[in-house]
Design a protein around this ligand. Structure first.
Ligand SMILES: [Zn+2]
Length: 68
């Protein structure tokens, strides 16, 4: 007997001065389906960061985007 998997709700983080473009506050939303998405509340910069959990918080990296 297998139990149905439970859906984890989205988790949101507010990173003060976390925007790599303008140093504005960054909102990062993490969902099981879409993964992490970050948006700057000041300039509107949007990206999919790579995140990791460290002992005293959250580690957020923005990898360079490939351009065609
Ligand atoms: Zn910004």
């Amino acid at each position: 007997m297998n139990a149905a998997p439970t859906r984890t709700p989205a988790v949101e983080y507010a990173i003060p001065e976390g925007c790599p473009v303008c140093a504005g506050d960054l909102q990062v939303k993490v969902t099981t389906g879409a993964g992490p998405n970050g948006v700057c509340v000041t300039c509107g910069y949007f990206a999919k960061p790579v995140i990791g959990v460290i002992h005293h918080g959250l580690h957020i990296l923005f990898k360079p985007q490939a351009h065609a």
